[in-house]
Ligand binder design. Structure first.
Ligand SMILES: [Mg+2]
Length: 148
C-alpha cells in the first residue's frame, strides 16, 4: 500500500506484519523508521471489553463457566425478542443491544482462553465447508449427517 502524501518520500505498509506493530519504511530519498501500532477491529473490540471489565474489577467473577452462562443468557434475551411474535411484530430496535450483549460475552470468552476470534471463526467455517459441501447442501436444511 502506497501513501502518497509526502512529496519527497513514499512509504509502504508492510502487510506481512499485520498482527504486529506495522513498520513503515521509505522508498524515496528520506530514510525513515516509524513503527505504528494498528489494531484490527477485533482487537479494538476486545480491548474495549477488557477495559470495561477491568475498570469495574469484574475479572474476579469471570470464570469460563460464568462467561459461558452469560453468553447463553444473553442469547436467550435475544431470542425473547422473537418469542410469540411474527416477524413483523418484532421490535427490531432492541436487536442491536441484545446482539451486542451476545458478542460481548463471546469476545470475553475468547479473550479468557486467549483465542484469536478471526482464526477460530474462519477455521470453523472451513470445517463447515467440508461438512456442508455446496454440491450436497445447497438449498437443503438437513444436518450434515443427513445429507447423504
Ligand atoms: Mg442482554
Amino acid at each position: 500500500m502506497i501513501f502518497p502524501h509526502d512529496p519527497i518520500s513514499r512509504y509502504y505498509l508492510d502487510v506481512n506484519s499485520l498482527n504486529n506493530p506495522i513498520k513503515y519504511s521509505s522508498i524515496g530519498t528520506t530514510p525513515i523508521d516509524i513503527t505504528v501500532s494498528v489494531m484490527t477491529d477485533i482487537q479494538e473490540i476486545t480491548q474495549a471489553i477488557l477495559q470495561f471489565r477491568d475498570e469495574r474489577d469484574w475479572a474476579q467473577f469471570h470464570t469460563a463457566k460464568d462467561i459461558s452462562i452469560c453468553l447463553s443468557v444473553e442469547a436467550s434475551e435475544l431470542l425473547e425478542l422473537f418469542l410469540w411474535k411474527k416477524d413483523e411484530e418484532v421490535d427490531r430496535t432492541k436487536v442491536p443491544d441484545e446482539l451486542a450483549d451476545v458478542f460481548y460475552s463471546a469476545f470475553l470468552l475468547a479473550a479468557h482462553y486467549g483465542l484469536d476470534v478471526k482464526e477460530i471463526v474462519l477455521g470453523k467455517l472451513e470445517k463447515n465447508k467440508e461438512k456442508y459441501p455446496v454440491g450436497k447442501a445447497r438449498g437443503r436444511k438437513e444436518k450434515w449427517d443427513e445429507l447423504g
